[in-house]
Design a protein around this ligand. Structure first.
Ligand SMILES: Nc1ncnc2c1ncn2[C@@H]1O[C@H](COP(=O)(O)OP(=O)(O)O)[C@@H](O)[C@H]1O
Ligand SMILES: [Mg+2]
Length: 183
């Protein structure tokens, strides 16, 4: 999927975009989407004031599949990813993850799902500046109820796997995006 650039206020680059034709299979009675998809978006629409960021965008990904969404700045990539992750609720359309329609969930339910099932490496890291690197990586586990010692031990393991274990206790002296990736 390769969105086109869109001037603010005009029609979305992702208008009518979908990846479904490549692997057609029927699921339910509403449309043609690939069988066995883990994450499915159908007919997503999102506007910000007069700007249409998404207009009837559809998407699906299978377990283990790697997908790159490419396109110029302003073409709707972040809005699509935010809708897929349940960060942003679309104005219309549905997102279904593992058979569960996440667009119908409450804010709290979507937050819990993001903590347990989704991983993000945001453009600007989005780390908490008051916390050390290892504390940042451990944070989602701590929020999920894991005790500090166990959470920080797991966080340290992931930092080491990503070869930034030595920065663990430093206050965000982090190289590249590896700490957000470990989180
Ligand atoms: N929170 C927002 N408020 C107003 N306009 C937004 C907001 N988020 C995105 N947009 C607009 O929606 C369009 C798509 O933005 P975005 O999804 O961030 O594109 P990309 O990630 O491809 O650069 C752009 O015109 C952008 O200015
Ligand atoms: Mg973006």
């Amino acid at each position: 999927m390769r969105p086109r650039p869109v001037p603010p206020g005009s029609r979305s680059a992702l208008a009518g975009t979908d990846r479904r034709a490549a692997r057609p299979a029927r699921l339910g009675g509403t449309g043609v989407i690939p069988a066995g998809s883990l994450l499915v978006a159908e007919g997503l629409r999102k506007t910000f004031g007069s700007t249409t960021a998404l207009d009837d965008a559809s998407f699906s990904v299978h377990p283990g599949e790697v997908v790159a969404v490419m396109g110029p700045s302003g073409s709707g990539k972040s809005t699509l990813l935010h809708c897929l992750a349940g960060i942003v609720r679309p104005d219309a359309g549905t997102v279904t993850y593992a058979g569960r329609e996440i667009t119908g969930l409450s804010d709290a339910e979507r937050s819990a799902l993001r903590r347990s099932d989704f991983g993000f490496v945001f453009q600007f890291g989005q780390l908490v500046p008051e916390l050390s690197c290892v504390e940042n990586v451990a944070l989602p586990l701590r929020l999920g109820g894991v005790k500090r010692r166990a959470a920080e031990s797991t966080a340290q393991e992931w930092l080491e796997r990503l070869e930034v274990g030595d920065t663990a206790t430093a206050p965000l002296r982090i190289r590249g995006h590896r700490a957000p990736a470990a989180r």
